[in-house]
Design a protein around this ligand. Structure first.
Ligand code: ATP
Length: 836
């Protein structure tokens, strides 16, 4: 008892905090623990071996801990509660979130396992590992003989303290040592457990031998939860009956005393039926040790893989069938004879196949509506009851169609219902025809592959008032609508056949354009990248729908087209290639840009200030505006998104169209959400605000060239500071701030990222963002300002300047301030030669 004594005085007091602290430290010093430390990646409490090995190698130090534990044991069930309640321990131990606490928790758990069992043994028939039926079996497995021996020895040690327990303890220690060394080597071999497994549930350590599928066989009666028997591993009392057969050689080398069963080695993990369970759940359900988790998981994932492969294959086949079905249906529409045959063929296949997907209630309603729709010339009443749905179609051709209640069969023959409807009925409205066509198309595909005209009872779920096959009505499949309007394509010079293209086509003045992608969306339009059938070139196609505009607005759009045509030769304006207005839709075919300035700025957001970048883009932008202003046009909607790069050259777009809408109020408010008011000049907003209560004919707003300069100032400000001047305000407040002269724009000397903003840049911004439109710089001034056109002087220039100044001063002796000013101007003008 020297090394394992439990003294009455220690038993009578609870383990104090110091002892609890000593315990993990003691354990941490143990070599075995160190060796296991890489197991920390695995979830779950450490196993008994940690405690046991600590016990064996450092029993002197562990003693206080053990005393405490024994004390707990004395307290009986209360300790069991502690052990079974990680939360309870977690409060104390895990909250520190350090290894020490974890070790403490693990040790307590393991020790508790040991002690609870011993306690139980005293009071019940449980095994050492507390195999009570309602208690989850410990994931720590143990040699049953050793367990029995250990349990016996240990309990007798406790029960008969005065007896000769020293020898028993020695045996126990030896047995533990053997067991632990075996486990250590096994655990090291078991590191292949993949991280995926941890997703399946809390991984727990196991200590039995590594088993791989080629080394393990599982009996045929695997599916029976009580048919598992463990050979040489599980205890005789193990109710789970786990049956694993180990590799004899491996077992012989690692644990010669294990019983090796060679029977049933042909059985395999592949036969496992997981059902809805994942490997971890399966393991738990069958009460298997965690050693089997890798093998079972492997089998599980193999099964999953196979299933995925099968699903992919089936999908592929279905798609092929669907395409085939669609083609067949399309051709059948022109051939009643073939169609009838096809229908018969399908009928045949329906009876053989089980439907796979339930059709939603909504679909049923939709079809019901279709039946009852007057536009189809069919008057119907649908009565739903719990067991069946009756549909009375008061049409000479549709006498009665019995539609099964979805609740009884779960399926509805949507295609069948629709195929009996002549969707080309002259009364049918176009949208409904399209809708039905769409539904029919979808169903056609599914129908081809799923079938299922019979319900579970084998009754035909849809029939035509007779037991014979229904007399089919002709259903014409409409061609997909490719473009909003008809097109008589001009002969292609590029030699490409656009009629075979799958992408949508748009026709503008007889030229077909294939839509490639959506380039952008504006407040009034959508812009697509398109390819021309005429020359295979790529263009931008802007589509404006006039639905929301009145006649005057439409006139405004037309006026702007004229403006674009006027500017189409200007290199800084995106070129208008073609345009057409047709049934409320305006199409503009334009030169296609690669990306717009807003995208470039977004790309650079958060980067350090690059003065050269700002200078270059400011200059490019102002050059665009210059062209427009020189043509006597005010853009009035300048913003980064309205400048696009066409093969590296910045060009201006969209001037005129948005501006041509007389009701600017709508445009501004609509754009509030996407921030266009950020760039609007105060005078434009004030005018709008002022005219709100005025009669319509008095509506005026001061939008002139200075307004465009204000917008340019905002864009430069955004390029430098990352956002427009009033970008910090939201919604209406932003508009109010722009209008309010008291709300001054700030020009920090540094950007938010700490870069110094050049004085010339600040001056330029101030000059462009001058509230008074008349005092604002013109585009020419901005272009020739010191920021866009900086002056670079040479060293020689400065040397000469100083030399001349000194000489001049020496000769003049005295210099009036006017003279100084005159000289400064002179030098300044000479500096023009030094402009970059
Ligand atoms: N020619 C073009 N090349 C490339 N992209 C373009 C072209 N025209 C327009 N876009 C893209 O489409 C977006 C919207 O175009 P546009 O500004 O002309 O529409 P909008 O309806 O007038 O917009 P808003 O009313 O907001 O000014 C642009 O921001 C741009 O990204």
């Amino acid at each position: 008892m020297a090394s394992f004594s439990v003294r009455s005085d220690t038993l009578s007091r609870p383990m104090n905090r110091g002892e609890l602290d000593t315990l993990p430290r003691t354990l941490a010093t143990n070599n075995r623990l160190k060796e296991d430390s890489d197991d920390e990646n695995m979830l779950g409490p450490p196993q008994l071996s940690n405690f046991g090995s600590a016990l064996l190698s450092d029993k002197e130090n562990i003693e206080p801990g053990l005393q405490g534990l024994h004390n707990k044991m004395r307290l009986g069930k209360s300790f069991g509660v502690l052990a079974d309640s990680p939360k309870l321990i977690g409060k104390e131990g895990m909250s520190n979130n350090n290894k020490r606490s974890k070790d403490l928790y693990g040790t307590l758990s393991n020790a508790a396992n040991l002690h609870t069992t011993t306690y139980s043994e005293e009071h019940s028939d449980s095994t050492m590992f507390g195999n009570s039926k309602d208690q989850q079996q410990s994931m720590t497995t143990f040699n049953p003989e050793l367990q029995a021996d250990l349990g016996k020895s240990y309990s007798s040690t406790l029960d008969n303290r005065d007896s000769n327990s020293a020898s028993k303890l020695k045996n126990l220690q030896q047995a533990l040592k053997d067991e632990l060394s075996t486990r250590g080597s096994r655990r090291r071999n078991r590191r292949f457990i993949s991280s995926r497994l941890s997703l399946l549930g809390p991984a727990k350590r196991a200590s039995s031998a590594t088993a791989t599928p080629d080394k393990i066989g599982i009996s045929e009666d695997f599916n029976d939860s009580h048919s598992f028997r463990t050979s040489g591993v599980a205890s005789a009392e193990n109710n789970s009956g786990y049956n694993v057969f180990y590799d004899p050689q491996q077992e012989a080398s690692s644990s010669p005393d294990k019983i090796v069963d060679y029977k049933d080695t042909n059985a395999s993990y592949e036969n496992i039926e997981f059902g809805e369970l994942n490997p971890y759940q399966f393991l738990k359900k069958h009460n298997l040790p965690t050693t089997e988790l890798p093998n079972i998981s492997r089998a599980y994932f193999e099964q999953q893989k196979g299933q995925n492969r099968r699903t992919a294959l089936r999908k592929h086949t279905l798609t092929k069938d669907a395409i085939h079905g669609r083609l067949t249906t399309a051709s059948l529409s022109n051939s009643p004879f073939l169609r009838q045959n096809e229908i018969l063929r399908r009928e045949d296949s329906f009876t053989k196949r089980e439907p796979r997907r339930k059709i939603s209630e909504g679909s049923v309603n939709c079809i019901s509506k279709a039946f009852s729709s007057p536009v189809l010339g069919v008057a119907s009443t649908i009565e739903n009851s719990n067991n069946h749905t009756k549909q009375h179609l008061h049409d000479d051709k549709y006498e009665a169609v019995k539609i099964p209640n979805r609740s009884s069969t779960g399926y509805f023959p949507k295609r069948e219902a629709l195929s009996n409807i002549n969707i080309n009925n002259s009364n049918a409205s176009q949208p409904l025809q399209k809708k039905l066509k769409y539904s029919l198309d979808g169903i056609e595909d599914r129908h081809e592959n799923r079938g299922g005209l019979e319900n579970q009872q084998g009754d035909p779920i849809l029939h035509h008032n007779s037991s014979a096959l229904p007399a089919r009505k002709h259903v014409e499949i409409l061609e997909p609508v490719r473009s909003a309007k008809h097109c008589s394509p001009k002969p292609s010079t590029a030699g490409s056949d656009f009629s075979n293209r799958k992408r949508p086509l748009v026709c503008v003045n007889g030229t077909e354009y294939e839509k490639l992608e959506l380039l952008g969306r504006g407040g009034t339009s959508k812009v697509y990248k398109v390819k021309s059938s005429a020359n295979n070139k790529v263009y931008a196609l802007k589509r404006v729908s006039f639905d929301e505009f009145d006649d005057s607005s439409v006139d405004g759009f037309k006026g702007e087209i004229e403006l674009l045509k006027k500017l189409e030769t200007k290199p800084r304006v995106v070129r208008l290639i073609d345009h057409e207005m047709d049934s409320g839709i305006l199409y503009l075919v334009m030169e296609c840009g690669d990306h717009d300035l807003s995208q470039t700025l977004a790309q650079r957001s958060g980067m350090d200030l690059d003065v050269e970048f700002v200078r270059y883009h400011a200059q490019e932008m102002l050059k665009c505006v210059q062209v427009v202003h020189e043509a006597g046009i005010v853009h009035s909607d300048l913003k980064p998104a309205n400048f696009v790069f066409v093969k590296g050259i910045l060009k201006i777009i969209d001037f005129g169209i948005a501006n041509a809408v007389p009701d600017h109020t709508v445009n501004i408010y609509r754009e509030t959400q996407i921030g266009t008011p950020n760039y609007m000049a105060p005078e434009a907003l004030v005018a709008m605000n002022f005219t709100q209560d005025q009669p319509a004919d008095q509506n005026k707003w001061k939008v002139g060239k200075p307004s465009d300069i204000w917008s340019c100032g905002c864009i430069i400000y955004q390029m430098i500071y990352g956002r427009p001047p009033y970008g910090g305000f939201q919604g209406q407040n932003r508009l109010l701030a722009i209008m309010n002269p008291e709300v001054k724009i700030v020009y920090p000397e540094k950007t938010p990222s700490g870069d110094i903003v050049p004085k010339t840049a600040i001056d330029t911004m101030k000059a462009c963002l001058e509230r008074e439109p008349d005092k604002r710089w013109t585009v020419y001034e901005a272009l020739s300002g010191p920021f866009v056109k900086p002056i670079a002087v040479t060293h020689f220039f400065i040397r000469d300047l100083i030399k001349n100044s000194v000489k001049y001063g020496f000769n003049q002796r005295e210099l009036s301030s006017d003279k100084i000013e005159e000289l400064a101007d002179d030098v300044w003008h000479r500096l023009a030669d030094f402009r970059l």
